[in-house]
Design a protein around this ligand. Sequence first.
Ligand code: PA5
Length: 339
Amino acid sequence: MKSNEFINILAALPEQIEKAQDICSRVKVDLPEKINAVYIAGMGGSGVAGLLAKSILSENLKIPVELIRDYAAPFAMTKNSLLVAVSYSGNTEETLSVVAQAEKRRVPMVFISSGGKLAELAEAKKIDIFEIPKGYQPRAALGFLLIPLLYIFEKLKMAPGLKEDLAEAVIELKKLCGEIGPGVSPHQNEAHKLAAKICKTFPLIYSSAALYPAAYRFKCQLNENAKLLAHAGEMTESNHNEIEGLCALKRGAHNHSLLYLRSERDSERTKKQMEITKSLVGAQLGGVREIFPRGKSLLCQMLSLVYFLDMVSAYVAEVNGTDPAEIGTILKLKKELSR
Ligand code: PA5
């Protein structure tokens, strides 16, 4: 895939969300009436959909929702739970391992995938599956991976107002595309300007716990698209440990950049901690760059941050002359694993 094509796919997230909504409206899922917990298994670009969904819906989750990003299924996952396995390729071995354990324990399951072994298993065992379009890279298929997950929670009556919030998000993302999309010149494009500032640094990205999935997604997108190491931290936990390491950095003797994802939704105490941290460590790190979301709902705020920062990661790749579509090392690792 050419790098321009990849950037265009990232930029088309609002349209992808609309397509995903259309897919969801056509898929029939039969969910158990009574469950005591939801487990979401998925790795990398697929797993992040679970992280986002759990946080976006946090205020309405009536039962525990746990993420599984490993081979082992938690002991507490039983036939009274629901497992949602998310794997774009359908072939990720950690996710397949959890699914195999769930099968043995007779855990009800739903899959979100474009094919692979998950789709084969769904066919063979009559397991409900949201079959999403093929031909994307997982990290550029967030709309297809996330929307079915939110839709499952809506069916479980844990996502009130989902349609309205998605409508708000699509409008805001389309507006953002007109401001920071690949068609907007770098001089007028805030995502491009940020990319130029951080492209040679080790970004340290902080947000409130609620917005942490957006910070983490940005870290992962910088890793994969721009081949840049980055760190994502959660306020206020980081103020109980990392702040010492940040404070010890000598001004001008390192190449870190400090970014805060902020929202008026953050609690007053979190805002206060962010202000204090800024005054304590900002100077050593050449100041703090603050990024604000769009819209009112948590879903819209989260997705607008993800969208803006996805574009930043692609522009960092562009500025650094790296191909954002290429993830040769991950592919090499997967090939070795499959031997
Ligand atoms: O971005 C990527 O390609 C990876 O992070 C993958 O998402 C990860 O390796 C898991 O693969 P899949 O999404 O196909 O389950």
